[in-house]
Design a protein around this ligand. Structure first.
Ligand code: AMP
Ligand code: MG
Length: 495
């Protein structure tokens, strides 16, 4: 008898399965011909208080969805969603399974979910599978975002299934093991709202409040307060995306988490040269999800979320409820702008946002746009002007005058900081990353992994991105945009 199979790798709780009957289908993964753990996130496992043996073949089977761990009640969640503005009343986990929840050492609850574990009743003709490239992309992006301080779902492991999955040619099949504060989406609420199942919606909202905003259960109107809390989390999240130059790429309502975490990394990418119109995704023809549109899209998605809650906020007075919900949505942009400008002020060396700083920030971004300067490098080069006489920031400009003017205004503002320039520069370098997942490096690492089964470059990149702020010797190639000749970059959904 295989003793390892008696182990209990997880102490699963299953509140979703228990409390939300009718919101999911109990389901199991497909059998993987040869499950193997390709990557295991040991530091995350430790944070979560999990003692897992990544060399245990039984764990590989559990992570592939081939075997069910003791205490797990695997299920596919139902949800709907607006995709590129059009409503799909039924999406759901077409290739994902929630294994259950775990509690970390401080009692916080996390979902453990598989992505790519085989078809479910929500697959709508899809094969339910995922392939190694996109699985590794999500792994890497999530870890990079976490290191940058952006709320995000994270990868606990990536497993290869031993299967060849037809995509453009045959690709190695893989499963991502994902950890999230929850997988409740705007689209989860839309699923029941579209069916006018208000009782269910109330159960869902109560569950979400208990899980994410327990203090609000005692508010005058918990559902309205919950809407405001979700809006505030989203405003902060998108402000964080904007300050690191992240473009999600598919901000459909089914890809927006109630928890305020970044979720469902598909054709996402980091912007190089600063331009609000930047789009990388091959499927975003209209630029709906461009870098600069992200705040407006988040607001639009929240309005869809608000619509689902109106009947539970106050079923007896629809007009008043709509007004209250509209006020919450109207507060979104000011909240977002405040979060954005505070973060940007810090990026240019201010210890607090003062009057006039917003114009100063916008002025800098205008200069970056005019000269197509790399967004990430710009803030490191700016800090550099405080400690060095020459800076590539100015010398690379076609017309240096606007930026030289701006630097003059910036220096006079800095005089009020009452810190030595070197101190300001140091503070800036602690929050402005030097290393981000550059598109050409990500592509190179994924290609090596998928085509040559060589995970070396991927692991190297992952470890560089684990500490994005500290310059280290020998890492020059990880810094800066793609060398010229790389050509325009396009990301594919690559399911
Ligand atoms: P995504 O764009 O990956 O966030 O997925 C949107 C919807 O398509 C969700 O309902 C997914 O479960 C579903 N989906 C994506 N890829 C597949 C696949 N290969 N097989 C089945 N369903 C899928
Ligand atoms: Mg999705």
């Amino acid at each position: 008898m295989d003793l390892t199979s008696d182990r209990q790798p997880f102490a699963f709780d299953n509140s979703y399965a228990r409390e939300l009957e009718g919101f999911y289908v109990p389901w199991q993964g497909s059998k993987a011909p040869k499950a193997r753990i390709a990557l295991f996130n040991a530091p995350l496992a430790e944070e979560l208080g999990l003692t897992l043996d990544s060399s245990d073949p039984h764990l590989a089977e559990i992570f592939a969805g081939s075997d069910v761990a003791d205490g797990s009640m695997p299920l596919a969640q139902a949800y709907a969603g607006h995709q590129f503005g059009g409503f799909s009343p039924q999406l759901g986990d077409g290739r994902a399974l929630l294994l259950g929840e775990i509690l970390d050492p401080s009692g916080d609850r996390f979902d453990i979910q598989l992505k790519g574990s085989g078809p479910t009743p929500f697959s709508r003709g899809g094969d339910g599978k995922a392939v190694l490239g996109p699985v590794l992309r999500e792994y890497l992006m999530g870890e990079a975002m976490a290191a940058l301080g952006v709320p995000t779902t994270r990868a606990l492991a990536a497993v290869t299934t031993g299967e060849q999955v037809p995509r453009e040619g045959l690709k190695p099949g893989a499963v991502l093991v994902r950890v999230a504060a929850s997988h409740l989406r705007v689209g989860t609420f839309q699923f029941f709202a579209a069916q006018q199942q208000w009782d269910k919606l109330k159960v869902l909202a109560d569950y979400a409040i208990a899980r994410h905003d327990p203090a609000l259960a005692d508010a005058d109107n918990p559902y309205l307060a919950f809407l405001a809390a979700v809006a505030e989390r989203q405003a902060r999240l998108v402000a964080k995306w904007m300050q690191v130059g992240f473009i999600h790429g598919v901000m459909n309502t089914d890809n927006m988490a109630i928890s305020g975490e970044t979720i469902d990394y598909g054709p996402c990418a980091f912007m190089d040269a600063y331009d609000p119109a930047t789009v990388f995704s091959s499927i975003d023809h209209m630029g709906r999800y461009s870098y600069g549109n992200q705040p407006q899209v988040a607001r639009w998605n929240l309005a869809r979320f608000a619509e689902t809650l109106v009947p539970v906020i106050d079923p007896d007075d629809e007009e008043r409820t709509i007004n209250l919900a509209t006020d919450v949505i109207a507060d979104f942009m000011p909240l977002y702008k405040k979060a954005f400008h505070e973060a940007m002020a810090a990026k240019i060396g201010m210890s607090a946002l003062e009057e006039g700083d917003e114009a100063l920030i916008d002025g800098f971004l205008g200069c970056l746009r005019g000269e197509a300067i790399d967004f990430t490098d710009a803030f490191r080069m700016l800090a550099n002007t405080l400690t060095s006489d020459t800076s590539p920031l100015l010398t690379n400009c076609e017309d240096p005058e606007p930026l030289a003017d701006w630097l003059g205004r910036w220096r006079s503002r800095l005089k009020r900081e009452k810190r030595a320039p070197a101190q300001v520069a140091e503070a800036m370098n602690q929050i402005n990353p030097l290393y981000i997942p550059r598109n050409h490096l990500v592509d190179e690492a994924l290609m090596k992994a998928e085509d040559e089964a060589d995970l070396g470059p991927f692991k190297d990149l992952l470890s560089v991105l684990d500490d994005p702020f500290t310059r280290r010797d020998g890492l020059d190639r990880y810094q800066g945009p793609a060398p010229s000749g790389f050509g325009p970059f396009v990301t594919y959904c690559g399911t």
